[in-house]
Write a protein that binds this ligand. Structure first.
Ligand code: AHR
Length: 497
């Protein structure tokens, strides 16, 4: 098969916000305990933080991490997790049916962020609590001193404020599984008052309104319109959440699911702009896709109720999952003008790119690789290529392009990177890349992930599903011809001479 791509600087979508490569740590399963925090582990530092995991997170390239939930946050009393560790209460954690020991809390997380070279994205509890406790937490984290909660932080040993810039107003508040779930009207009013008070404490923060829990919710669309109408002036982003699965075992349909995401993003932009038009305002609401991933492998695996940090949601990913993750990231970059934040859910052990053993090692799951490559090379602006390629029909979709692609252009560094997935199960794609708008740029590297069985996974001892380098594709000065293997993720980079 043949395909053609034309790249031109004029086809800029928008600046790539680094926060699009964010992730998520929830108090859930072994994400915190046994994941990022394991005192007594041979590689834990003086704060009990696993340095092997921090190393992998740096390699992954995660500029922002959402915390502490997820469903967990909707029942969380943040005061339980601060102050002397030996005085912290154990709690029945209702979201996931476990016991929360509170040995790790807000200050430990902030310290971890600094060490892991990332920034916090905090969520407040708008389920069982409300605006008052939300603004207290902002005061605890961000106010310098001389008030009840800032002085409480100082008394806990943290003189300087943490200066948390991005705040989620609750989590999935339309879901009946959520503690304190709300109607759109109830949530819109609560979120507006919470955001208002939080910004009165610290006007420099940005807030994220909860959108629908996923695109399949019966109230999707209406929920966004109603809540935004009520909270527009005090929020900056609306959230999207979506997880994908291949329960049917149909790879061709599975890999086309990024088309659903494209449509989802477009729909949410339309609702944001509908409310903007209604309000006759210049203020634009952007998107925070703050939970996304493949999630289904671990469903139904039992755990002991009320135990501490059991094995929950521990999906082991395979090669086709990595290919879909690449397609989803490409889709996010295609909307770089409106998607400013995104969080791969989650980061360690719980539906995550990094997997650890308690007391033992850690490995990179298959999905680690496309994420790391794109986080590293997709800098500058996102550029939408003109694509001419054959399409296919499958059980769940029609007109699926075999080629999914996006480019980034970092003018300062003089670099262009092209990210592409060949969705074909059997055929290579001979890809002609026309560098029309990029005179003087020469191909400098070609890496790919290909040649594995779709069900192939990585393990502690065998990280075989990964990126590898290829010989440079043919470059005749204005066009480059690359062979994209069947079922492959490819990164082709160009450098200005
Ligand atoms: O990431 C796992 C869970 O998925 C989160 O707690 C919740 O927000 C979502 O439903």
């Amino acid at each position: 098969m043949k395909a053609k791509i034309t790249l031109a600087g004029e086809l800029k979508v928008g600046k790539i916000d680094r926060r699009i490569f964010g992730s998520f740590i929830e108090h859930l399963g072994r994400a915190v305990y046994g994941g990022i925090y394991e005192p007594g582990h041979p590689l834990a530092d003086e704060d009990g933080l696993r340095t092997d995991v921090i190393k992998l997170i740096n390699e992954l390239g995660v500029p922002i991490v959402r915390y502490p939930g997820g469903n967990f946050v909707s029942g969380y009393d943040w005061e339980d997790g601060v102050g002397p560790v030996e005085q912290r209460p154990k709690r029945l954690e209702l979201a996931w049916g476990v016991t929360e020991t509170n040995q790790f809390g807000t200050n430990e997380f902030m310290k971890w962020c600094r060490k892991a070279n990332t920034s916090p994205m905090m969520a407040v509890n708008l389920g069982t609590r409300g605006p008052e406790q939300a603004r207290q937490l902002v005061e605890y984290c961000n106010h310098k001193s001389g008030s009840k909660y800032s002085d409480m932080r100082i008394a806990h040993g943290y003189q300087d404020p943490w200066d948390v810039k991005l705040w989620c107003l609750g989590n999935e508040m339309d879901g009946k599984w959520q503690m304190g779930a709300k109607t759109a009207y109830e949530y819109g009013r609560t979120a507006n008052e919470a955001a208002k008070l939080m910004k009165w404490v610290d006007p420099s923060i940005e807030t994220v309104l909860c959108g629908s829990s996923n695109r399949g919710m019966a109230t999707f669309g209406d929920w966004e319109a109603t809540t935004l109408d009520l909270a527009y002036d005090n929020v900056d982003y609306v959230s999207l959440h979506q997880y994908y699965d291949n329960r049917s075992g149909d790879t061709a349909s599975f890999l086309a699911k990024s088309m659903e995401l494209d449509d989802f993003i477009y729909s949410v932009i339309c609702v944001c702009d509908f409310v903007k038009a209604k309000k006759r305002t210049k203020k634009q609401i952007n998107l925070s896709f703050d939970e996304w991933n493949v999630w289904y492998h671990s469903n139904g695996i039992p755990f002991e109720k009320w135990s501490v940090a059991p094995h929950q949601l521990e999906d082991i990913y395979n090669f086709e999952d990595a290919l879909l993750v690449a397609c989803l990231l490409i889709t996010l970059l295609r909307h770089a003008d409106r998607v400013k934040v995104a969080c791969l859910a989650q980061l360690v052990n719980v539906i995550a790119p990094i997997f650890t053993e308690n007391g033992g090692g850690a490995f990179r799951q298959t999905i680690f690789y496309p994420f790391a490559a794109m986080s590293k090379y997709a800098t500058g602006v996102s550029v939408k290529p003109i694509i001419d390629c054959p399409k296919y029909d499958c059980k769940e979709f029609t007109d699926v392009p075999y080629l999914e692609a996006i480019a980034s252009w970092d003018e300062e560094k003089g670099e262009v990177a092209l990210f592409c997935v060949n969705r074909s199960l059997e055929e290579s794609l001979e890809l002609d890349i026309n560098m029309l708008g990029f005179e003087g740029y020469q191909v400098c590297s070609f890496e790919s992930m290909d040649g594995y069985d779709v069900r192939q996974e990585n393990t502690f001892n065998d990280e075989r599903v990964k990126m590898h380098a290829n010989p440079l594709p043919e470059d005749n000065g204005t066009a480059v011809t690359a062979q994209l293997k069947p079922l492959s993720f490819n990164v082709i980079r160009f450098k200005k001479k």
